[in-house]
Design a protein around this ligand. Structure first.
Ligand SMILES: *Cc1c(COP(=O)(O)O)cnc(C)c1O
Length: 360
């Protein structure tokens, strides 16, 4: 069957090979006579799937042994609350970097649990850049420092790892996890909703240093305490089994591609094709400072917004979908996650060029 090029910001494109394998195994997983969806999460088949999924993620990201990997639910949005509930540990405040819509949401939620010190903000220039570390006003007594290394809506990505001394660094990697190698040991906690670069919506991955677990606010529900999930291998309650299985297939696909080094090279090339074209014309515009341009989410506007509808219609006729920008910024957004092949990006640029010729 013909597949379209899906530029959705999330839920987003998955590797075709993964979908084909999942379809093949849907009704009868590896000869066991039932679907993964129908398995007890306490049975040996499913426990094997989840253990393999975790092992593959650990291998891909080189996660050190003193970190726990948790498969939770509730999306990154629940982590906006779970992080302060678990990591404030009696301290008065936490540091947050404000680089856009997702940072703002994380900050707003954290304020329900403690004081928030905004170390720096790019709101002065409409969130079009990442404030350099020299501009951050870090509090050495902060419980942790939170930042959003890829702002999915604004298309701003931070390619360097902030230096926070002994204060644990926390990252919302929902939209750039697994897009390049990172040094996990520099972080206290990393979280990501699955539906951008991992798998289907419904799974949230949390990677947390063990010493940060166990000091949750006493009033927190058991389900919001990392210790509950860490002590029970993410099986305190029923985990999102089918989503974890698909995430596992994505991890195996990433390993077959050659791991995150190879994926990073591809992502650089894909982003380059699109940004090079955007920079070569006045017809389209990307507002983000060059050094901070996201490799995953590329927002752009047409010089005349009255052409937006025609642009989207033409894209659809050419099998390119979900290019409409976020409602808060308008214009277009091309999300080009790991599973988007370079052919998709080339097809988009060819179409953009043709559209410019006709309307420029
Ligand atoms: C999508 C996204 C979220 C929200 O994720 P949910 O799973 O919908 O809660 C949070 N942060 C970032 C950076 C995102 O891209």
């Amino acid at each position: 069957m013909q597949r379209i090029y899906n530029f959705s910001a999330g839920p987003a494109v998955l590797p075709r090979d993964v979908l084909v394998q999942a379809a093949d195994e849907l009704v009868n997983w590896q000869g066991c006579g039932m679907s993964v969806m129908e398995m007890s999460h306490r049975g040996k088949e499913y426990m094997g799937i989840q253990a393999q999924t975790e092992a593959d993620l650990r291998e891909l990201m080189a996660i050190p042994a003193h970190y726990k990997v948790l498969f939770l639910q509730g999306g990154a949005s629940s982590q906006f609350a779970m992080v302060p509930m678990n990591l404030l540990r009696g301290r008065a405040s936490a540091d947050y970097l404000n680089t856009g819509e997702w940072s703002k949401k994380a900050i707003k939620e954290a304020k329900r649990f403690g004081n928030v010190n905004v170390v720096a903000s790019s709101e002065d220039r409409n969130f079009s850049y990442a404030p350099g570390q020299d501009a951050w006003r870090l509090d050495p007594k902060a419980a942790y420092v939170h930042y959003t290394p890829n702002e999915t809506i604004g298309g701003v990505e931070i390619f360097w790892t902030p230096e926070t001394g002994n204060v644990p660094l926390v990252a919302d990697m929902s939209s750039n996890i697994l897009s390049r190698p990172i040094d996990v040991s520099r972080y206290g906690l990393i979280y990501a909703g699955a539906q951008k670069n991992i798998g289907p919506a419904g799974v949230t991955v949390v990677i947390v240093r063990e010493d940060l677990i166990g000091q949750c606010m006493p009033a927190a529900p058991v389900m919001f305490d990392y210790k509950t999930h860490a002590d029970n291998d993410s099986m305190y309650n029923t985990p999102p089994t089918y989503g974890i299985y698909i995430a596992g297939l994505v991890f195996q696909w990433l390993k077959r591609q050659g791991g995150l080094g190879t994926i990073e090279r591809r992502n650089i090339e894909k982003a380059q094709v699109l940004y090079d074209y955007l920079d070569s014309t006045q017809f389209y515009r990307n507002p983000v400072e060059r050094a901070d341009r996201s490799r995953m989410n590329v927002p752009f506007t047409l010089h005349d917004a009255a052409l937006d509808e025609a642009f989207l219609k033409g894209a659809k006729e050419r099998q390119m979908l979900q290019l409409k920008g976020h409602r808060s910024v308008g214009g277009m957004r091309a999300s080009i996650y790991n599973a988007m092949p370079i052919e998709g990006v080339r097809a988009l640029v060819d179409y953009m060029r043709e559209f410019e010729k006709r309307n420029g």
